[in-house]
Write a protein that binds this ligand. Structure first.
Ligand code: DX5
Ligand code: ZN
Length: 219
């Protein structure tokens, strides 16, 4: 199934609850929550208290993207704050397998993210145990960047790899996705689409509806 996961990094934090309600009403299935620690990525965003505060605003899937060093230290805290799906970066985990287990043991969906330059081989052996692979289409750390063109081939390569091995998982794309390039990443194999500025710049409801009509126009 194709899903839209608006990234609240681009939201107006003074009106966060209201904007989340608008995303929900417009039909966005996931909410993408970018946690940055100022170490794995240059910027700092927000953490558990904000997630806990917005949990009552919607029942949609909380898609928590951890851009932090050694996320295994905080899995329980993010579960308790309200995460449904936790994605960790392969590059930030000393023990990726153990970190995935920590997420699964709490009964959540587990994802692994790869920076643009990280080869797919970094996740090859754990593909069977994760629910999602997140292909970063920009370098993580900031919203509003341009998609790096070579990452589209990486999505295709991942799709081919999972199909050849008969693995069912979601392929998420994150960074620089807009209404003009979303078809291309979907055709390459992505089915969970993150969009920050392309959802929050302008009319949120209209933007979500426009994305969803593209996402629903193909199976
Ligand atoms: C980047 C974050 C993204 C970001 C996407 O490090 O992981 O989720 O919010 O924002 P846009 O869609 O504006 O590139
Ligand atoms: Zn993200």
């Amino acid at each position: 199934m194709n899903c839209l996961s608006p990234s609240i990094l681009a939201a107006d934090f003074g009106r966060l609850g209201e904007q989340i309600a608008e995303l929900d009403a417009a039909g966005a299935q996931y909410l993408h929550i970018d946690v940055m620690d100022g170490a794995f990525v240059p910027s700092i965003s927000f953490g558990m208290p904000v997630i806990r505060a917005i949990r009552p605003c919607t029942d949609r899937i909380f898609d928590v993207h951890l851009m932090i060093e050694e996320p295994v230290r905080y899995i329980d805290a993010f579960v308790d704050a309200g995460a449904d799906l936790i994605t960790v970066h392969a590059e930030s985990c000393r023990h990726l397998d153990r970190t995935i287990d920590a997420v699964k043991e709490r009964g959540l969906l587990a994802g692994v993210a790869l920076n643009p330059a990280t080869p797919l081989s970094a996740v090859s052996y754990v593909l069977e145990k994760v629910d999602m692979v997140l292909i970063m289409t920009v370098n993580p750390g900031f919203g509003g960047q341009k998609l790096i063109p070579y990452t589209v081939q990486k999505i295709r390569d991942l799709k081919q790899l999972v199909d050849e091995r008969g693995i069912k998982l979601d392929i998420e794309v994150d960074g620089g996705i807009n209404l003009y390039n979303v078809k291309e990443v979907m055709a390459a194999g992505a089915n969970v689409i993150v969009a920050g500025s392309a959802v929050f710049d302008g009319n949120i409801t209209e933007n979500v509806e426009n994305f969803l009509s593209i996402l629903n126009s193909r199976r």
